[in-house]
Design a protein around this ligand. Structure first.
Ligand SMILES: Nc1ncnc2c1ncn2[C@@H]1O[C@H](COP(=O)(O)OP(=O)(O)OP(=O)(O)O)[C@@H](O)[C@H]1O
Length: 452
């Protein structure tokens, strides 16, 4: 394969992985050589190589082998002049060494992330059931529920738990054939077996595993023949009492374009969901990640209250939370300053803004009318009585502060009032806030309840 061909393939890969994944993971790959059926890429860091091999290995191999069928394996090696670079802030320090992707007949598991172990998984109310079920499977005893189906929103720890199960099983029983892969990898392997007319090998290999773990199964939705093959593999393994662990971003019944018979099969075992994190869990996770950062930046001071602030303000997902902490430490070490609340707000302004809870005008109107004990219709309606006018102005002020609505939009939501009326109301509350302690208290209380 020539550099030019690789250039064209890269563009194709971009179409399937999206621009931002492309920029982060595919663009930095330099094709070094193709020989002996192995395509070798030079990568800037072992972390990048590892990640690419795990997430995009099959896709890349699939594309390459479509123009050069002799290529059977990929290899990622760290460029010599990059190897000595200090580790990048985002790169996990303990990431496993780059493992080449083997697709040469044997059935290798996708590489496991060394950080994703039970010991590093923080348990709280939202994930305790998922954790307990994963632990049970990891003990490797007789199969009590099959499959274990883990589901939950983005970045809540599904992959972490799957890897933890695989680590425990393979450590305790190195002879056990544990196969962990993403649904996407399942599809590429299936497609490749079809193309190479090696379906019998494919079936035999998949049916010979002791534990099959498929991550992000929603990926096969709408892909008919992959679904079909997955269904048969699934049934064959369940019949042999082999443990299956599946993860998805939603419950089996809610996966659109997934055949009903597969949905019902997936529901046969134990279905557990990872709930969105709560404050305590987020704080626990931050505290546990802190040790790793302390090791890396031993001289950095961290002020009291910073972790609590982050746990309170970043409630989207754990990945974002982790990223925020990593960035904060890297930034503070760069500017050689202690991590204060101000520094945190400065450094993470964009993350904090993106995770702000979205409050709606209606929510504000409802909370404010409850607070002042008036009817919602009176707040929005035309009455000018002071008992209604002041709460109305408070609500307008909060809408201006807490939502991105413009003054005319806010006016419209308050019974079609003019934007100058809103402006006047907002100004009046700004003045009263300084002069009237009661109003200041009301505003503080309302803001807190609205922020949740
Ligand atoms: N309870 C937890 N304790 C410690 N780390 C956690 C926890 N939950 C999630 N994480 C961390 O958050 C990051 C994202 O988790 P993971 O990749 O497992 O999410 P996911 O649910 O598989 O998300 P996606 O749907 O995007 O694949 C990982 O670095 C993981 O270690």
């Amino acid at each position: 394969m020539t550099q030019e061909q690789w250039g064209r393939l890269k563009q194709k890969i971009q179409d399937s992985v999206g621009q931002s994944n492309y920029r982060n993971w595919i663009e930095p790959l330099e094709l070094a050589e193709v020989s002996g059926g192995i395509a070798t890429f030079q990568v800037p860091t072992s972390f990048l190589g590892n990640y690419v091999s795990q997430h995009y290995g099959d896709l890349i191999l699939y594309q390459i082998s479509s123009i050069d069928p002799k290529v059977r394996r990929l290899n990622f090696r760290v460029a010599a002049n990059c190897a000595a670079r200090p580790s990048q802030p985002d790169a996990p320090r303990t990431a496993a060494a780059v493992q080449p992707v083997r697709t040469d007949g044997a059935l290798p598991s996708a590489p496991l992330d060394d950080r994703f172990r039970f010991e590093t998984f923080v348990v709280g109310k939202p994930n305790e059931l998922a954790h307990a079920a994963a632990k049970r499977v990891a003990e490797g005893g007789p199969t009590t529920f099959n499959p274990l189906f883990l589901y939950g929103g983005v970045g809540l720890g599904k992959t972490h738990l799957m890897h933890a199960i695989a680590w425990d099983l393979t450590t305790a029983r190195p002879d056990m054939n544990v196969l962990y892969l993403s649904a996407e990898q399942f599809m590429y392997r299936f497609v490749q077996a079809l193309r190479d007319r090696k379906m019998m090998d494919f079936k035999e290999l998949f049916r010979s595993v002791d534990v099959l773990m498929v991550d992000d199964v929603q990926f096969i939705a709408g892909k008919d023949s992959t679904q079909e093959e997955f269904f048969h593999t699934f049934n064959a393994l369940v019949d042999q009492n082999k443990q299956i662990v599946i993860s998805a971003d939603c419950a089996p019944g809610e996966i659109a374009n997934l055949e009903d018979r597969i949905k019902s099969r997936l529901q046969c075992g134990l279905v557990v969901d990872l709930h969105p994190t709560d404050y305590e869990l987020r704080l626990g996770i931050l505290q546990s990640k802190l040790d790793r950062h302390r090791e890396q930046y031993p001289d950095l001071m961290l002020n009291d209250g910073v972790l609590e602030f982050l746990a309170h303000r970043i409630s989207t997902n754990v990945r974002v939370l982790e990223g925020a902490l990593t960035r904060l430490f890297a930034f503070a070490s760069l500017v050689r300053q202690p991590i204060t609340l101000e520094l945190t707000q400065d450094c993470l302004a964009d993350v904090l803004r993106a995770s702000e809870r979205k409050v709606s005008v209606e929510e504000i109107q409802r909370k404010v009318s409850d607070h002042y004990n008036i009817r919602l219709s009176d707040m929005i309606g035309p009455k000018r009585l002071r008992a209604f006018a002041r709460p109305r102005q408070v609500a307008m002020y909060l809408c201006k502060q807490m939502t991105s609505r413009s003054l005319p939009e806010i006016g419209r939501r308050f019974g079609g009032r003019d934007h100058t009326t809103v402006m006047h109301g907002v100004k009046r509350i700004e003045e009263l806030r300084i002069q009237d302690a009661q109003i200041a208290d009301d505003l503080e209380l309302l803001r807190r309840t609205l922020e949740g």
